[in-house]
Design a protein around this ligand. Structure first.
Ligand code: GLC
Length: 653
């Protein structure tokens, strides 16, 4: 068994034992395992690349290394500048049209592909590769299946389901003619104030390690088999390398102050199984490591990633991440290319960076051998992905197949994921599970709000400005409750502000964080009350009227909610469940014959704080006093002893 597999076999002990898995004595004591690519060198493939490189001008090579955003380039420019890749950013659609159909996406994919294969103005026919952020399903496309965000998937503790989710995501992405998914995020999130906490599976490498390879396999197919990058799969991205979830204070794009041993033993743990599963691209991270921007770090991007870890795919920069390297701008950054970024994600300033990078090569600032290595890597991935053979996007097996986008069987898998993601934090007196034939008040601004239950990276970048009509085929949490209760003769009342007439048997209040993404979600404290005064008042009002209250809390991370917990009879952490909100009712209610329908199985993959500033708070801390620890989650067999007198503080304004 190789040193690598011995290390991998240690599972949750890897943090401690990794040091004992240090590479052979001849390597520096830097704690990184010594890996080799899981894909053997293919001499014929490399020879093919060599012959392509020999025919390419410098302009064509630099064009391959450039990734503009679709709003800022036309197909003719893709042809004329020999562009190797395009992306659509969060909230970017063909022609800027939010309600683009699958056919619209596919038509643009065809136009860009045709342009990349058009040799009429000189240059080789090298197929473009289009990247997109399908981070919880194909979340840019109207009607797609949206899965719970990664924080909820982490609570499932189900690697098999993770692989299935990846498989479905790849299939729905393939229907739109897109070849490449900027997923999975492998962040190990240490300070929950980070606006991208929900994009991480966990605070602990254990779950990230268990999931990373399975998600890569789901997206790309099993490496070494005919399934690998076939027509139903997409190229995946292990991101953001490395240490994105460990910045000081959880500041997005901030400084990770870890030691190298912590960087390896905590933050990099997902990458090793991801590479074993054949991840073909890595996205460089915005963060710094001890003051050095990752996009300008040759030690980590080249010596470690491509050397020690044997990564033989290509490194894509993040959105103008090169421009944040000292001495660089969005239009010019030799340092990033030299450090090991193979393809520059440069949404708007792509003409300038092409011109400047060519000049930097011609001036000897960037060695042409570095350019050749970058282009070899890009072509290697394109050839492995079959892009030279797959033909026009619309000619591919699943292209335009609307039966796949939001397919019932896909939604059923997402609904199962919702059920397994829910974590029961409180169940005073065994209120849950509820009988169906009750008079149920459903309240809160998250009750009938598919956008709120889906979070960021949902149609728009921030997940805002959406209505329920933007999610055909989806179900709000209320819709699921209403279907469950009416099936047994019960009655539901939807009342966002919690007002009601009569006396409901129970109130289910769905409230929580409003959607956000990236730095827009960064927090100073984990206190939630300032964002939640209305819902807290509602909970207290209902409690004062002796109405049992089930709180369903929508969030991208644990928040300090002692007051809300005290005002609730039962409290469910629902995270960001996505389009299949009916999965919540599946667990809250008994079945039609009064038995437990689905018990809670979710367990916290993030520790839950008992004070607003109790962060970072992670399993393994020398002082570890969470309100609910990593791994906590009640089932219907558990007796709850939380009570209603958790310490409450004045709500900071
Ligand atoms: C964003 C994110 C990255 C995403 C990229 C393209 O800024 O950092 O995760 O893949 O830009 O949208």
């Amino acid at each position: 068994m190789s040193i690598h597999r011995t290390c991998m076999a240690f599972g949750s002990l890897a943090l401690v034992l990794l040091a004992n898995c240090a590479p052979s004595s001849d390597s520096s004591d830097n704690h990184w395992p010594e890996l080799t690519s899981s894909i053997p060198v293919d001499a014929d493939l490399e020879e093919h690349i060599t012959s392509l490189l020999a025919q390419m001008s410098l302009e064509q090579k630099i064009g391959q290394m450039t990734q503009p955003e679709i709003q800022y380039i036309t197909p003719d420019e893709v042809r004329d500048y020999h562009i190797g890749s395009v992306l659509n950013g969060g909230g970017s659609f063909p022609g800027g049209a939010k309600y683009s159909s699958v056919a619209d996406w596919l038509a643009l994919a065809d136009a860009i592909y045709d342009a990349s294969m058009d040799t009429s103005t000189g240059g080789l026919a090298i197929p473009v590769i289009w990247g997109t952020d399908a981070v919880h399903g194909h979340n840019n496309v109207i009607g797609a299946t949206l899965f719970p965000h990664n924080i909820g998937l982490g609570a499932m503790r189900n690697p098999d389901l993770i692989e299935r989710i990846g498989e479905i995501t790849a299939l729905e992405v393939a229907t739109t003619g897109i070849d490449w998914d900027f997923a999975p995020t492998l962040a190990v999130v240490r300070d929950d104030r980070w606006g991208r906490t929900y994009e991480g599976y966990s605070e602990d490498p254990e779950i990230v390690r268990d999931y990373a390879g399975r998600m890569i396999t789901g997206l790309q197919g099993q490496v070494g088999t005919g399934q690998f990058l076939d027509a139903s799969r997409v190229v995946a991205t292990a991101k953001h390398f490395v240490g994105d979830g460990g910045t000081d204070g959880g500041v997005d794009r901030g400084d990770n102050l870890s030691t190298e041993q912590q960087l390896v033993g905590i933050h990099a743990q997902g990458y090793f199984p991801a590479f074993e599963a054949g991840a073909q691209t890595v996205m460089a991270s915005f963060n710094s490591w001890n003051g050095q921007k990752m996009h300008g770090n040759p030690y980590l991007l080249t010596e470690i990633l491509k050397g020690r870890l044997g990564f033989d795919g290509f490194v894509i920069g993040d959105w103008n991440g090169h421009g944040e390297v000292p001495g660089c701008t969005n239009e010019s950054c030799a340092q990033a290319v030299i450090a090991g970024v193979d393809m520059i994600m440069v949404p708007e300033d792509w003409k300038a960076i092409i011109e400047n990078t060519i000049a930097q090569v011609r001036a000897g600032e960037i060695a042409e051998s570095r350019v050749d290595d970058a282009v070899r890597r890009i072509l290697r991935v394109k050839i492995r992905a079959g892009l030279f053979e797959k033909g026009r996007p619309s000619s591919r097996p699943h292209a335009g197949d609307m039966s796949l986008v939001g397919a019932p069987e896909h939604r059923a898998v997402a609904r199962e994921a919702v059920r397994q993601s829910l974590v029961l934090l409180k169940n005073d007196g065994g209120l849950l599970p509820l009988a169906r034939d009750l008079d149920v008040l459903v309240a809160g601004d998250g009750a009938d709000n598919i956008g709120k239950q889906s979070g960021g990276w949902t149609i728009s970048w921030q997940g805002t400005e959406n209505t329920n009509a933007d999610f055909p085929g989806a179900a709000s949490i209320f819709a699921g409750i209403e279907a469950a209760v009416s099936s047994a003769g019960g009655h539901t009342t939807i009342s966002e502000d919690g007002s009601f007439t009569g006396q409901p048997d129970v109130a289910i209040v769905v409230f929580g964080e409003n959607p956000y993404a990236e730095m827009m979600g960064d927090l100073e404290t984990l206190s939630f009350c300032a964002e939640n005064s209305e819902s807290l008042a509602m909970l207290r009002q209902l409690k004062s009227q002796d109405i049992p209250v089930v709180s369903v809390f929508l969030s991208g991370r644990p928040r300090w909610v002692n007051a809300e917990l005290n005002a609730s009879t039962a409290f469910v952490a629902a995270w960001l469940p996505g389009t299949e909100g009916a999965g919540v009712a599946d667990v809250l209610f008994r079945d039609t014959v009064g038995q437990v329908n689905h018990d809670f199985t979710g367990k916290l993959s993030f520790s839950w704080p008992n004070a607003p500033m109790q962060t970072p708070l992670n399993r393994g801390d020398s002082i570890y006093e969470p309100l609910f620890p990593y791994g906590f989650g009640l089932t219907y067999n558990d007796t709850d002893s939380l009570g209603d007198d958790l310490p409450e503080l004045e709500c900071p304004s």
